[in-house]
Design a protein around this ligand. Sequence first.
Ligand code: GLV
Ligand code: MN
Ligand code: MN
Length: 406
Amino acid sequence: MGLMLNRALERLDFLGHISDNPCYLVRTYLSPANRRAAGCLLGWMAELGMQTQHLPDGTVRGVLPGAAPEAKPLLLGSHLDTVTNAGKYDGALGLIAALAALEELRDQGIQLPFPVHLLGFSDEEGVRFQTTYLGSRGVTGQLDLETRARLDAAGQSQSLVLATEGWHEDASNIHYVAGSVRGYVELHIEQGRSLEEFDEAACVVSGINGQSRLLVTLTGRADHAGTTPMEFRRDSLTGAAEAILATEKLARDHPGLVATVGKIEVLPGGSNSIPEVTSFTLDFRHAVDAERVRLLKALENSVRKITASRELELNWQLVQENDAVVCDAELARNLCDALERVTGSRRQLASGAGHDGVAISKVAPIGMIFVRCRGGLSHHPDEYVSPADIGVGIRVLVEFLKSLPA
Ligand code: GLV
Ligand code: MN
Ligand code: MN
């Protein structure tokens, strides 16, 4: 296990240096660095004896046939992409841990009685097209035309990006349909503080909270900054500022709700022009779907009042919405049994972050393992998981895989 853990840590470090920017870690959907990282994973999967495949949309897959190649496969996976200025564990740890667990089984001379498919998804974070799970939605046939038509910062649609790469419009040539796999299991960092508070290295995930992602656009009128009296202005940016503060207040007033404006764009964007158009992203999450929907409607009403009073047009665009997903009870029980054998705990926690399991849950039962990360910090270069905790996570995965019946 020591050698295996060292190799896992080296691989994490290696992937952590594969970036589209020399100053910080970033790998987005189909970016050069994302494809280099996918190539590394393919190489490691091939070394393990997996049959490998690089899908047209940048997702990679390794297949271990096991003792019964015709049996329904178990899917393991996580994502290769990162946010901008990321830490090296979010996504990559799940892939490296799965590889390490499969290597451990091989070294113990254990052949699983079912096939394993290890999937490295090309996009989970949604940075490039502001819409998540492109990889896992791709392999489960859930990429709709609206998503394919979304534009990146360079004005290219996802369809165009694929076509430019010389690939077929049908973004994925793997389709997992409902009932075709026995389950999907992902190990991921917790990205919260609970495991630190409990002083536990790992836990099992009970479910994944729902989320809504929107693009909100306010349109006023551009004018001269030096000559336009304050009462004649239709400034979209000050309207957006009021809307963003209303968002923060709503979330502070409703425990359980988390709402984030993470990106803002202003046009024409000059210091001496009154902002005509301001658009911002809105990420809106709550553990209870009905509450999320109710509070989002309340926020929309408040923002409509703000924009009306400022004579601004409002475009309230829902980009993506996912209800909460409950992890499969049997997989969770098997994972808890494995966790208990390794740590003595059967703790389960809900995930506030989104994961590829949300998309996969449409076709298969899902389960997840969380590993403690320092201070709960994530989406930050100081994200950190101790080698000892990574070792625990890998052992839980090994125990889980060994325990599954044919
Ligand atoms: C993924 O990191 C998410 O936004 O939850
Ligand atoms: Mn992640
Ligand atoms: Mn993330």
